[in-house]
Design a protein around this ligand. Structure first.
Ligand code: ZN
Length: 362
């Protein structure tokens, strides 16, 4: 009997030790996971409190075509726009549907679609220019000439559970976008960044961990850009040809240090603020016009859902989605390093009244 009791005691002690060694308390694991997100978000929050938030670039859209020049040479004032990612990214345990969007949501056979114009994209695959950057295109693709044009840009990713589904949507509609990425998020998500290039999207450097560049030393600014360039290069074999400064904050000095054209936007979807698909769509629909460069954040699920609805909606209104380099150089003028770009240059009045329907890729 004593032996039996001893045996049971040994089993119990062994079980307790085994569990204690290999499974840390749940709360400890959760703190670890949340901690890394929170520390970054805290920095954003801290920055936000120091900024004067003003939607200086988004103006109510009234008429197409675009009437504002796209090029703004840097001036002596610091520019701080409203690209203020507030904080809290979705918890890392959140799952997002990853299924490819239903093809039936496209309007290929919709009676309300005027004329089906097949949108095809025939630009060559990404290559490196002389400086090792992803080659940018100059001018509009043929199918976009004379049409209303618009371009999509996504900041602060990549984030697998939102950027992945977004890439699926863009692929379905054959829409090419621009991804302005923060370097720290690229680590571990290299395959996602490679997928962007393989599927024809444009790479954009959005700093390493989203500081206000105008508040850094020259060395720190260069480090922010170089580290992210290196991360993008490691993932794709290409460097990003564009930079979007966090918070849209730049000045003469940062632009001189940045050896790339500076990409801003002129229609802020405010998705970082509303985090609501309907509000994002309302904001866009009330302002959009030809030549616009839209700012989204691909780290929020409502933003991805808004894009899923927006693309076929705008196509039915006759808009053609072009890549941001094509939008900004629509008049044939190449981009210049250190210059700031918000939207398409002045273009002739769009003549196309036909609906544009996507080429659906399986
Ligand atoms: Zn950002």
């Amino acid at each position: 009997m004593n032996k039996k009791f001893l045996g049971i005691l040994i089993v119990i002690v062994f079980a307790v030790f085994t569990t204690g060694c290999h499974v840390p308390p749940r709360s400890f694991v959760e703190r670890q996971l949340v901690g890394s997100e929170e520390s970054v978000d805290y920095e954003h929050q801290k920055d936000n409190t120091q900024l004067v938030i003003g939607d200086i670039n988004s103006k109510p859209g009234t008429v197409a075509p675009t009437t504002t020049p796209s090029t703004t040479t840097s001036n002596s004032t610091t520019s701080i726009a409203s690209e203020t990612t507030t904080p809290t990214s979705l918890p890392s345990t959140t799952t997002t549907p990853t299924s490819t969007p239903s093809i039936t949501t496209t309007s290929t056979s919709s009676a309300s679609t005027p004329t089906n114009t097949q949108l095809t994209y025939s630009r060559p695959p990404a290559t490196a220019d002389a400086s090792g950057c992803q080659t940018m295109f100059v001018g509009l693709p043929e199918y976009a000439e004379g049409a209303k044009i618009v371009s999509l840009t996504f900041d602060d990713g990549p984030r697998p559970d939102t950027t992945g589904p977004l890439l699926d949507i863009l692929k379905t509609y054959n829409v090419k976008a621009t991804f302005c990425m923060v370097g720290w998020r690229i680590q571990g998500n290299e395959a996602l960044v490679k997928r962007m290039v393989d599927e024809g999207h444009l790479l954009c450097n959005h700093s390493w961990d989203h500081p206000n560049l105008t508040e850094l030393t020259d060395e720190e600014v260069i480090e922010q850009i170089t580290k992210t360039d290196n991360a993008i290069y490691q993932a794709t074999g290409l460097k990003a040809p564009l930079i979007r400064p966090p918070y849209g904050a730049y000045d003469d000095n940062t632009n001189a240090l940045i050896d790339k054209p500076v990409l801003m936007w002129n229609l802020d979807t405010r998705d970082w603020e509303s985090r609501d698909t309907d509000e994002i769509l309302d904001k866009i629909n009330s302002e959009i016009k030809s030549g616009d460069c839209l700012l989204f954040h691909d780290i929020y699920e409502p933003s991805v859902e808004a894009v899923r609805i927006l693309i076929p909606q705008l196509m039915n209104q006759g808009y053609v989605f072009v890549r941001t380099d094509e939008l900004l150089t629509a008049d044939g003028t190449p981009l210049t390093n250190g210059h700031v770009y918000h939207q398409a240059p002045i273009l002739p009045e769009p003549t196309s009244t036909t609906g544009i329907v996507a080429q659906v890729n399986e």
